[in-house]
Design a protein around this ligand. Structure first.
Ligand code: FO1
Length: 328
């Protein structure tokens, strides 16, 4: 199988691309885009609704997943955290009868300690994120959606839960009644996000196949971000996180049924509504194309291999370019 050290021909097109993404699922397409686009041509707007303070440390799981993935340091066994991890800290905490429900690996700890130190010195999350990405040798712009607190709260059968309590501690078992973005909806957007979305020569805005409710909606809830996407002349392309009525990964289908929505590509497209200029679905769902209100492209969207990620990235970009040509 191709690995990240295998060189891939970079696209000649120098027009910038912005992609919105959450953690593991979204990071796969983000990596594909990163590998095929010309250097310094990709901006990633990353969900911070999952961020929380744990054991005195500020944890930004989606930022770290994207950072490790682009740096080829992501943990392939867990799907999150650092590769080649050891767990001495967790076993020491366990001896102390401390909290072990959220696992922080020994290597991964460094990013949390360094982020926490700098945040406590009143540095901005955006500057810290950019510096860390640079230190990992990443030549894409990694942008937290906001520098403000923007915790996603889940209203469930087990009460109001912080995101990681719902997702990790309770393994997504409680039935969701509502997902609440109260903090995100009054947060100030990271100004670099608006600058990126307002670029006149922007080629495409891509919604990675992250969970729409847990990863994308928190970004879209931040004032100004959705509006900048709607007014941008660049096509907004969504990529489905669902194949054959099942989530590719994670609780998307379960959440959709709890929110009384069918777990279908059509329902995802409807959820994004007028935001979309195009929607990418799997060939397995082609029969739903006619029920989707926007232009549709179907392909293999599973992204098992690195080659799949690069191929899907190239196809999504070509689809965006075709929509631009049709509009002009
Ligand atoms: N996910 C888990 O299911 N269990 C964990 O113990 C866990 C630890 C963890 C530590 C650092 C990090 O960056 C991510 C971590 N995640 C863990 C993943 C994370 O909770 C979720 O995948 C995202 O928040 C959802 O995108």
């Amino acid at each position: 199988m191709t690995n990240n050290t295998t060189k891939v021909p970079k696209e000649k097109n120098r027009s910038p691309v912005v992609a919105l993404c959450g953690g593991v699922g979204g990071a796969k397409l983000a990596l594909g885009l990163y590998r095929v686009l010309a250097p310094n041509n990709l901006t990633l707007v990353i969900n911070t609704g999952d961020d929380f303070e744990h054991l005195g440390l500020f944890i930004s799981p989606d930022i770290d997943t994207v950072t490790y993935t682009l740096a080829d340091k992501n943990n392939l066994e867990t799907g999150w955290g650092h590769r080649d991890e050891t767990w001495n800290f967790m076993s020491a905490i366990s001896t102390l009868k401390g909290e072990t429900w959220f696992a922080l690996g020994d290597r991964d700890l460094a990013i949390h300690v360094e982020r926490s130190r700098r945040l406590r010195s009143s540095e901005l999350l955006s500057n810290i994120t950019g510096d860390i990405a640079g230190n990992f040798g990443i030549d894409a712009q990694l942008l937290p959606m906001t520098n403000d607190p923007a915790a996603t709260i889940i209203l469930t059968s087990a009460g109001h839960l912080n995101f990681q309590d719902y997702f990790v501690r309770m393994k997504c078992k409680p039935v969701i009644k509502q997902v609440v973005y109260d903090e995100a909806s009054v947060a100030t957007p990271n100004p670099d996000v608006l600058t990126a979305l307002n670029q006149a020569e922007l080629r495409a805005i891509i919604l990675c196949p992250s969970n729409p409710f847990l990863s994308m909606d928190p970004i879209l809830a931040v004032p100004g971000i959705r509006e900048a996407m709607v007014t941008s002349p660049a096509p907004v392309i969504g990529v489905s996180p669902i194949i054959n009525d099942q989530a590719i990964k994670g609780p998307t289908s379960k959440i959709m049924s709890e929110l009384s929505l069918p777990s279908s590509v059509q329902a995802i497209a409807e959820h994004y509504g007028v935001l979309l200029d195009g929607f990418v679905i799997d060939t397995a769902d082609q029969d739903q194309s006619n029920e989707i209100h926007t232009s549709v492209m179907s392909s293999n969207i599973l992204m098992n291999s690195l080659k799949d990620r690069e191929n899907l990235a190239l196809e999504v970009l070509a689809f965006a370019d075709a929509i631009t040509t049709k509009k002009n």
